[in-house]
Design a protein around this ligand. Sequence first.
Ligand code: 5RP
Length: 228
Amino acid sequence: MDKKQSAGIAAASLVTNGMTVGLGTGSTVLHVIKELKRRHDDEGLEFIAVPSSFPTRLLCIENGFEYRDLCDVDKLDIAFDGCDRVDDNLNVIKGGGAAQTVEKVFACMADKFVIVADDSKYVRTLSGDVDVPVEVIECAWRSVQASLDKLGYESKLRNAGKKDGLVITDNGNIVLDIRLKGDEDLLALNNAVTLLPGVLEIGIFIGIADCAYVGTDNGCKIIYKNLH
Ligand code: 5RP
């Protein structure tokens, strides 16, 4: 079985009748959605879906799910999302699609936040092999860049490509990307960066994920909180 499919199917088993279920975005969450549809049709599973993005809202409509908008609920019983990296301590990097601000709100609204990924996203410890986005309001980009420099992090504006200009987030802001060093205190970094005036969010999620379902060649490996 495909690794993402194996993670998605296993993770979807956490959903029980009557739950409000947050559905994130991406090719792995798609397998959670497909399995929830199968369980709805075959087992009569009833749930209310809450998509975190427009593409996932379209999938909810396509699959006939009862759904609510994120802004219409105050909490989620469970939520699923993909990631760019997840480590053994359930530290997560998100924001490949520059949507980390809404994704962090979404994740923090869930009683149980579940990462779904294949093992290409799994690492023992987060390091500097992928960009970590910092969403910044336009007028603050220079001052935030200077502050990031002082914290020891070189940053670059995220570009959509030579012809397309800067990436603009769903919230109308721009993104400065940094790379982790690999030996830093991630919570301290998260707190220092999110305190900078003009910063909305950083794409490191520390202490937020409750478990990760990671698809491997040998089935789905589950990483639980506080077991390491
Ligand atoms: C973006 C994310 C996405 O959830 C992630 O990229 C989805 O990946 P995939 O399509 O492999 O499930 O965190 O920052």
